[in-house]
Design a protein around this ligand. Structure first.
Ligand SMILES: [Cu+2]
Length: 182
């Protein structure tokens, strides 16, 4: 029982670690991805900490905007000619898979120049402390995997099956009598 409780605690800790691991960043927060209101995406990005595994969401009206992932040179000059990636759904979620700068702008003419551009600087993995709890957890995992609870689980099942067998046996005995009397 204590092992089960321990397993539950370990699973909960792992879940918390997992959820705190990746953050979701909506570009521009409530304003979204737009040219309206002169959203300062530089300021928005500066206030955030981006890490590998985080998700960046661009929310916008797909009729008026899009998202292009570009190189630094293209970002500086708002060069829309050869984007590395183009997203057009209006609700694009992009998972960050590498550290360093990730440059995005809107490819609609004039929008990048108007400031609809964002430089997402992704910090290197700060999970150097994370492997330690995971390493201490992993030796526990086989202990949980060992079928310790199964004998206790199997036992009542056997009893139950035995009970059904006895019942069947009893019915087999009773049946002729019932039939005989009927
Ligand atoms: Cu746009």
């Amino acid at each position: 029982m204590s092992l089960l409780e321990r397993a539950v605690v370990v699973l909960m800790v792992m879940a918390v670690l997992h959820f705190s691991d990746a953050a979701v960043h909506k570009v521009g927060d409530s304003a979204g991805w737009t040219t309206i209101g002169n959203v300062d995406y530089k300021q928005w990005a500066a206030a955030k900490t981006f890490r590998v595994g985080d998700i960046i969401i661009f929310k916008y009206n797909a009729q008026f905007h899009n998202v292009m992932r570009v190189t630094h040179a293209m970002y500086r000059t708002c060069n829309v000619s050869t984007p590395l990636d183009t997203f057009t759904t209006g609700n694009d979620s992009i998972t960050i898979t590498s550290k360093g700068h990730h440059f995005f702008f809107c490819g609609v003419p004039g929008h990048c120049q108007a400031g609809q551009k964002v430089d997402i600087n992704v910090m290197p993995h700060n999970h150097l402390t994370a492997p330690t709890p995971f390493a201490s957890v992993s030796p526990l995992a086989p202990a949980i995997g060992v079928p310790v609870p199964s004998p206790s689980k199997a036992a009542p099942l056997n009893v139950l099956e035995g009970g059904f067998d006895l019942l069947g046996l009893a019915m087999a005995f009773i049946a002729p009598f019932v039939c005989g009397f009927a």
